[in-house]
Design a protein. Structure first.
Length: 383
C-alpha cells in the first residue's frame, strides 16, 4: 500500500534538485529591489512549508520504526538544527492538530513552526487572533500575545507564587573564558532592575554614538550591568523606576474582576495584595480614561511635560501594557517621534507622538525630509 508513494518521492526529489540548482545560480545583484523583496517573501514561505513537511515526515518515519535514534536527534541531524529546536518542532506538529486553522496556515508556509508553537501553547479560543498576528508580524509579537493570554488564565496569586519559586541564577565559564550567567526574577524585582539597566545602557550607547565610538548595544549593556553590581555602583540611588498599573475599583475592592488590569508595566499580572504592598512606598499617579483613549494632553513646546510622559509610557488603554516601536515592535531604546513633525507645526501631544527605535526614527525622519515637512517650524495653530 506504500508503493504508491514512490512516484511522489521521486517527483519531489526531482523538483528539489531543480530548485536547488536554480537557487545556486541566483545572484541578487542582477535583480531589482522589488523583485528581491517578492522573492524573499516567497522563499520564506517555501522554507516554512518545507520545515513543516520535514518534521511531519520525521515523525512518521520514527512511528514506522525507520529511525534508529530519537526522533528529535534524527530531525536535528538531517536539518542541521539543535535537538531542542527539533523537539519543539515535533511537539508543535503533534499539538497543531487541535488548531485546524493554524495547521492549514502552517502547511501552506504562511506561518513558521515557532509561531505555530506559540499559538498552540495558548488557549484554543485565541487561535484566530494569534494567527492573524502571525501572518502580519514577526515571532516576537506573537510570543508576547500568546504569553499574555497564558498568564491571564492563571490566578494572579498562584502565578506570583510560581514566579517566586522559579527565580534562579547560575553562572559558568564560557569557551572564551568569560563569566557567563543566566537566571530569572519575579517581576517586582526583575522589571525595575531591567529598567535601570536599560536606562544606563541607553545613556552609554548614545554617548558613544555621539563620540563615534560605535559598539553593539549589548556591549554597552554588559558594561552597565557590571557597573550596577560592582562596589563602585553601590553608592548609586537604589530607587527603582517601574510602574504598577492597577484599576482603582479593583485596588479598593482587594481583588480584580475581568477587564480590570493589575500588572507591572513590562512584566505580568500581579495580585492586588502585591500592588497594595508596593504602593506603601511609592509615588502614585492617576490616569483618567474612558476605556478607549486617554483624555488629550497637549503642549506647544518640544519638551514633554511629566503628565504627558506618564500617559505615553503606559501604552494604549485599557490594557496599558507599555509601548513598542511603531514600525518594528522593539521594546528598548525607544524615542518619541512627532507624527506630524515639530518643524512642520506638529504639536507635542498624546495624539501626535509615536514610539520608535533609533533606526526606524531615522527612516521616518528621512521620509519626512523627502516630503518637505522639515523645512522650518510654522506657527502652531491653537487646538
Amino acid at each position: 500500500m506504500f508503493a504508491c508513494w514512490e512516484p511522489l518521492v521521486s517527483r519531489l526529489r526531482s523538483l528539489a534538485d531543480d530548485f536547488r540548482r536554480e537557487l545556486s545560480r541566483f545572484d541578487p545583484a542582477l535583480w531589482s529591489g522589488a523583485d528581491c523583496a517578492a522573492l524573499a517573501e516567497l522563499l520564506a514561505r517555501v522554507a516554512n512549508a518545507a520545515s513543516v513537511a520535514s518534521a511531519r515526515a520525521a515523525r512518521r518515519a520514527a512511528d514506522c520504526g525507520q529511525v534508529h535514534e530519537r526522533p528529535a536527534d534524527f530531525l536535528a541531524r538531517v536539518s542541521g538544527t539543535t535537538a531542542g529546536a527539533a523537539r519543539i518542532a515535533l511537539a508543535t506538529i503533534a499539538a497543531v492538530d487541535a488548531c485546524p486553522a493554524t495547521k492549514g496556515a502552517l502547511s501552506a508556509g504562511e506561518v513558521s513552526l515557532p509561531q505555530a508553537a506559540a499559538i498552540t501553547a495558548a488557549a484554543p479560543e485565541h487561535e484566530h487572533e494569534l494567527l492573524r498576528l502571525a501572518r502580519a508580524k514577526s515571532l516576537g509579537p506573537v510570543n508576547d500575545a500568546a504569553r499574555k493570554h497564558r498568564l491571564a488564565a492563571i490566578d494572579p496569586a498562584e502565578l506570583h507564587a510560581e514566579q517566586e519559586a522559579a527565580q534562579s541564577f547560575r553562572s559558568w565559564t564560557s569557551e572564551l573564558g568569560n563569566v557567563a550567567f543566566a537566571g530569572e526574577l519575579p517581576p517586582e524585582v526583575g522589571v525595575p532592575f531591567v529598567n535601570r539597566l536599560a536606562a544606563a545602557t541607553d545613556r552609554a550607547w548614545r554617548a558613544a554614538d555621539r563620540e563615534q565610538r560605535r559598539m553593539p548595544r549589548e556591549w554597552h549593556a554588559a558594561r552597565a550591568f557590571a557597573q550596577m553590581v560592582s562596589a563602585s555602583g553601590a553608592s548609586a540611588s537604589p530607587s527603582a523606576d517601574f510602574v504598577v498599573v492597577c484599576d482603582l475599583n479593583a485596588y479598593r475592592r482587594g481583588h480584580a474582576h475581568s477587564g480590570e488590569p493589575c500588572h507591572i508595566l513590562g512584566g505580568s499580572p500581579i495580585p492586588i495584595s502585591l500592588a497594595r504592598e508596593l504602593a506603601k512606598d511609592a509615588f502614585l499617579k492617576a490616569v483618567l480614561h474612558d476605556g478607549v483613549g486617554i483624555h488629550t494632553v497637549a503642549h506647544f513646546g518640544r519638551r514633554r511635560p511629566a503628565v504627558l510622559q506618564t500617559a505615553l509610557d503606559l501604552g494604549a488603554p485599557p490594557e496599558f501594557e507599555g509601548v513598542t516601536c511603531t514600525d518594528c515592535d522593539r521594546r528598548y531604546n525607544l524615542e518619541w517621534d512627532h507624527v506630524d513633525p515639530y518643524a512642520n507645526g506638529g504639536l507635542t501631544s498624546y495624539e501626535n507622538l509615536e514610539p520608535r527605535c533609533p533606526p526606524c526614527h531615522d527612516d521616518k525622519t528621512e521620509r519626512d525630509r523627502k516630503a518637505g515637512l522639515l523645512r522650518g517650524r510654522r506657527e502652531a495653530r491653537a487646538p
